[in-house]
Design a protein around this ligand. Structure first.
Ligand code: ZN
Length: 169
């Protein structure tokens, strides 16, 4: 690996760790732990975490919030030059938003076999009939990202069983 390439990999990990911090913040608020950061020219221009429960917003996914933040900071909806880091493979809604925002690159942590739209269930990001195709890197710090989710659902299940409520998800 060249020095430039290893620097890029190092930077990717730094930004994914920032997304993981946002995922932890979500978990602390009782939200499914997913976090995202949008990066342009080496600096974070948008941050987001899952807010679906607190905001009662079906579109309150981490990626959507990070994209909105980036658009505010950069002053444009077209987010050319942006890399979006997210701890979980984007769903169809978020993958659609990423394509519409024309981001350059999407880096995600763990795959989502139930809803992932970067190849797991659908491949919106790689769909050849769409006009924009961000570069996609999957599996960065995937174990750490996945462990957050597992721990969250394990704890929630435990609490429900403790109350005699059946898990429905
Ligand atoms: Zn989503």
């Amino acid at each position: 690996m060249s020095i430039a390439a290893s620097n890029d990999a190092l930077l990717d990990a730094v930004f994914m760790r920032e997304a993981l911090c946002l995922a932890d913040e979500a978990a602390a608020c009782g939200e499914v732990p997913v976090g995202a950061v949008a990066v342009h020219s080496g600096r974070v221009v948008g941050r987001g975490r899952n807010v679906r429960e607190g905001d009662r917003d079906p579109m309150g996914h981490a990626e959507v919030l990070a994209l909105r933040g980036a658009a505010q900071v950069l002053g444009a909806w077209r987010l050319t030059g942006v890399t979006l880091y997210v701890t979980l493979e984007p769903c169809a809604m978020c993958a659609g938003a990423l394509v519409n925002a024309r981001v350059d690159r999407v880096v995600y942590g763990c795959a989502d076999p139930k809803a992932g739209a970067a190849g797991s269930v659908l491949d919106v990001l790689g769909e050849p009939r769409l006009s924009h195709h961000p570069a996609v890197v999957g599996g960065l710090l995937g174990d750490e990202c996945g462990e957050r989710l597992k721990a969250f659902f394990r704890e929630r299940r435990g609490r429900r069983e403790g109350r005699g409520v059946r898990e429905t998800r």
